[in-house]
Write a protein that binds this ligand. Structure first.
Ligand SMILES: Cc1cc2nc3c(=O)[nH]c(=O)nc-3n(C[C@H](O)[C@H](O)[C@H](O)COP(=O)(O)OP(=O)(O)OC[C@H]3O[C@@H](n4cnc5c(N)ncnc54)[C@H](O)[C@@H]3O)c2cc1C
Ligand SMILES: NC(=O)c1ccc[n+]([C@@H]2O[C@H](COP(=O)([O-])OP(=O)(O)OC[C@H]3O[C@@H](n4cnc5c(N)ncnc54)[C@H](O)[C@@H]3O)[C@@H](O)[C@H]2O)c1
Length: 501
């Protein structure tokens, strides 16, 4: 995780969240609750534990706020906001609004990103954390026994501990790649010059969000993925729509591709690879690697604590408890969904389970949506597209396109669809995918429906303001009513019409 130290915004960020600025406290011998890692999961769990009145310590080795604040959601969405704005500006002529030529001042875009990130850092700052009664300890923690941690040479006992150490970018074993130190999500937000030619390896959420962003800011982007489509874990149709948009953005797609070798060239870097066996070679100025994440388990000495783990992270049960009954885990480290809101939701339950006399809060009861903030956005909740396909016989699917939504048509943003899957013949929602503008906002309706146990009947009866994009959800739900209720209603109405005088 790195930030530039030589600008006022990053200095402010650093001041707020870097532990080296905190006063060094004498450690207590023992705490009721210790969290290792001060990202979303660590902040949420220690905040909750302190609120319950426990003696609480939060150990962080680098910066509070973790990935989300420093190198993840916050900087990427600040960048995407600029990207969406420039894209809209380029299309204002279509609305009869005359603009001069639109120019991107990349250093200024990145400066704004750093400024927004610094502003948000107050929420995760040392001041805000200590105000909640949490003791902040600086350093790399490691377990020394099932109920002790060593920090900076001192031993601290705990009654309950929470592992929240997150994840880091995975660099694939491609000859020459590690040696050239490619950009990753840890370093890409430090750029101050737009790379004229950028290769992005990986077509998951990071590759797609950042690949499209750099293309719309003016880089010549080549997006390289091993799979046959972009966002391969999502709905097939979503990947197709997105690939078409990427092509319009000038992105060159190299799918079904194997990156074989990377080397320095005269003007930058050479990448050699093949797609479906056909060899290719490209020259670029920068390479961004976005090929998944590795859990930060190495420094923890989990064996000493009897905490089981795999290559995906620390193993937890439905209560977020590890194989050590005093130790819980949440966030990217626990091998579950890698999203900030998932870290938040699971850390909340983990803390309650860790500190209450009985474990009562099951993570499987929570519904975790997600959205990839490309243009159009791709949002989903429930089992993956592949899982849904494997049990499609037992499901019904109701879908609606944004072309039937007036607000989307008016604004010329009618690309995409909503699909809601239910149990066959019933209105119980199983999953949903929304592709389109603000899909990330719209999937919240389905998330609420799932949490409140409200099926398509209730969604269809819900009145949404006209004209809003939310109508896509209501219209998809209406189809259930039409299919299920209308034939019976028609028969009853016909009987009544015969009797009606
Ligand atoms: C580019 C990018 C964009 C993203 N966009 C989104 C998005 O739009 N929406 C979304 O929901 N999610 C997004 N994510 C994912 C999200 O950032 C993560 O899921 C989330 O930050 C995980 O939180 P965490 O608390 O588990 O871990 P982290 O935030 O990684 O925090 C872990 C902390 O633990 C510390 N640590 C590690 N080991 C030790 C140790 N031994 N001792 C002490 N401290 C230690 C680290 O320094 C770090 O501060 C994005 C991620 C990336 C990379
Ligand atoms: N909007 C969001 O919520 C958001 C945004 C960004 C990241 N994230 C989180 O961060 C996580 C990590 O994102 P990510 O995109 O790095 O990982 P990912 O695992 O989701 O996607 C990585 C992609 O890279 C491909 N790949 C792997 N090795 C490759 C290689 N050698 N060459 C080419 N392609 C290769 C994989 O097939 C996969 O499709 C995500 O799973 C997500 O949970 C969330």
């Amino acid at each position: 995780m790195s930030v530039l130290p030589d600008n006022p915004h990053d200095q402010l960020l650093d001041q707020n969240v870097n532990p080296r600025h905190w006063p060094k406290l004498p450690y207590r011998e023992s705490y009721d609750f210790i969290a290792i890692g001060g990202g979303t999961a660590g902040l949420v769990s220690t905040g909750g534990a302190a609120m319950l009145g426990a003696s609480v310590a939060l150990i962080e080795r680098e910066r509070l706020g973790g990935d989300c604040l420093v190198t993840g959601c916050v900087p990427s969405k600040a960048l995407i906001h600029a990207v969406n704005s420039v894209h809209q500006a380029r299309h204002l002529n279509e609305l009869g609004i005359k603009t001069g030529s639109i120019e991107v001042d990349f250093p200024a875009v990145m400066e704004n990103l750093r400024q927004q990130r610094a502003k948000i850092s107050y929420d995760d700052s040392a001041l805000s954390v200590t105000d909640r009664g949490i003791e902040l300890l600086h350093g790399t923690a490691q377990f020394t026994s099932p109920n002790t941690i060593e920090l900076n040479g001192e031993t601290i006992r705990f009654k309950r501990a929470m592992i929240c150490t997150g994840s880091r970018p995975r660099i694939p074993e491609v000859p020459g790649l590690k040696e050239i130190q490619p950009l990753t999500s840890d370093t890409v937000f430090n750029l101050t010059e737009l790379p004229p030619r950028l290769a992005v390896i990986g077509t998951g959420p990071i590759g797609c969000e950042l690949g499209q962003s750099f293309a719309r800011l003016g880089s010549k982007v080549t997006l390289i993925g091993t799979r046959d489509r972009v966002l391969p874990h999502d709905d097939l149709a979503a990947g197709k729509i997105l690939a078409e948009e990427f092509t319009k953005d000038g992105i060159e797609l190299r799918l079904n591709a194997k990156t074989e070798r990377v080397s320095k060239s005269e003007s930058g870097y050479k990448i050699e690879g093949n797609s479906d066996g056909t060899p290719w070679e490209i020259e670029v100025d920068k390479i961004l690697v976005a090929t998944g994440r590795l859990p930060n388990i190495e420094s923890l000495n989990l064996e000493a604590a009897g905490v089981a783990y795999t290559e995906h992270g620390v193993t937890v049960d439905d209560y977020q408890r590890t194989s050590n009954k005093r130790v819980y885990a949440a966030g990217d480290i626990s091998g579950q969904e890698k999203f900030t809101h998932a870290a938040y939701a699971y850390a909340e339950y983990a803390t309650l389970n860790a500190l209450a006399p009985l474990r009562m809060f099951k993570s499987s009861k929570r519904h975790i949506p997600y959205s990839t903030y490309t243009s159009p956005e791709v949002a989903h909740i429930g089992p993956t597209w592949e899982e849904l396909q494997s049990r499609i016989e037992s499901l019904d699917c109701y879908s609606e396109k944004f072309t039937s939504v007036d607000r989307s048509k008016i604004e010329g943003a009618a690309l995409g669809f909503a699909k809601i899957y239910t149990e066959r013949g019933k209105d119980k929602i199983v999953a949903a995918t929304i592709v389109g503008q603000q899909a990330g906002e719209l999937i919240g309706h389905i998330s609420l429906g799932l949490t409140a146990n409200a099926g398509l009947e209730k969604l269809g009866l819900t009145v949404f303001p006209y004209p809003t994009r939310s109508e896509v959800v209501r219209k998809a739900a209406d189809q259930y009513m039409f299919r299920k209720v209308t034939p019976l209603a028609k028969r009853m109405a016909k009987a009544w019409f015969r009797l009606m005088k």
